[in-house]
Design a binder for this molecule. Sequence first.
Ligand SMILES: Nc1ncnc2c1ncn2[C@@H]1O[C@H](COP(=O)(O)OP(=O)(O)OP(=O)(O)O)[C@@H](O)[C@H]1O
Ligand SMILES: CC(=O)N[C@H]1[C@@H]2OC[C@@H](O2)[C@@H](O)[C@@H]1O[C@H](C)C(=O)O
Length: 373
Amino acid sequence: MGSPRTAIGLMSGTSMDGIDVALVRSDGDQIIERGPGLFLPYEAPFRKMLLQGLEDARLIEDRRERPGGLAAIENEITTRHILAVDSFCQRFSLRHEDIDLIGFHGQTVLHRPKQALTVQLGDGARLAKETGITTIADMRVNDMAHGGQGAPLVPTYHAALAAFLGENDHAVAFVNIGGIANVTFVQPGDEPVAFDCGPGNALIDQWVQDQAGIDFDQNGTIASEGRVVEGVIDAYLSNPFFAEKGAKSLDRNDFTLEPMAGLELHDGAATLAKLTATAILKAADLAEVRPARWIIAGGGARNAAILHYLRQSAGKARVESAEQCGLSGDMMEAEAWAYLATRSFEGLPLTWPKTTGVSKPVSGGVFYGAQKA
Ligand SMILES: Nc1ncnc2c1ncn2[C@@H]1O[C@H](COP(=O)(O)OP(=O)(O)OP(=O)(O)O)[C@@H](O)[C@H]1O
Ligand SMILES: CC(=O)N[C@H]1[C@@H]2OC[C@@H](O2)[C@@H](O)[C@@H]1O[C@H](C)C(=O)O
């Protein structure tokens, strides 16, 4: 492995709620140090602009195209990430020169794996130039160029976390409930198995926004007052996506609220929370893995209703939040992007056939050297 490097990961996920920044020190293999992390929320008008960006992005056929307002949105995203690096350094008394690498995710506005097309907005060259820190961006692209889904990329970090926790003798599932939910099964002596497993918070957010003008179902309170409508869950689960085995990934817009017609606010929130939990547990059947432990991360880990439905149906397996395991559920993806940057720098694989369907293990990422203006 390489020399230990200090990296920060910048993640603006599909929930489009803000930028997570987290620090990881690694040699590209072991996690030497984790944390700290910082969340910088987007305010409502900017979220609205990003939502409009998703519409404009539907016209993209080549990942470099920026139709409609996308060039302006990309510029604004980059500026906000530059400021996020500054805020992070200030908050934790770090100098920019203390950081060797930035892993820059950017904002996904389109993801069509069947067309080998994935678009993350964000200008890596400008970020590197204005922060003075070597930046690695577009980490999904090389995977797709080699037949992979381009997502999920976090599994290699989940595997490193399992080692960090000393989980060596049984299968552990790491679940990220972000806008979309994805799961990684880490098994002793084998490559991780991973895929996107279904909707996460994006659908719940849209539901409570449409029905009540609320941004998200804080702590799952709305869901906990509702009754699950099983027929709606069955309608969602009849989508062939849920029966597909092997690598698979989702676009934020792959699931809509159409099957929810006629439901009342609380029942709808409960139904979507249970749908999320059901799709997560179904992933173990598809992968034919019986994890002893489910570790839940992402904003959805704060939705008590999702956790309740997971525990209700997980049998003997333990279902724990990342925090209960001494990890950070909110920062896990940003940490992953920092870790991926250290791997990318060493030319180590980011993805495997069983994580994205890529034809062989491949590295990835586009490098932008630090040249302070
Ligand atoms: N206290 C809470 N209770 C319930 N849900 C919450 C809470 N806090 C955050 N969330 C949900 O989590 C979402 C943000 O999750 P997260 O930051 O993991 O997503 P993301 O990283 O944007 O998505 P992805 O992993 O798909 O890229 C919010 O939009 C909200 O729906
Ligand atoms: C294309 C894209 O941005 N996909 C995201 C999204 O959000 C969750 C899920 O869908 C996952 O596949 C991925 O993000 C995580 C960080 C990943 O690549 O591992």
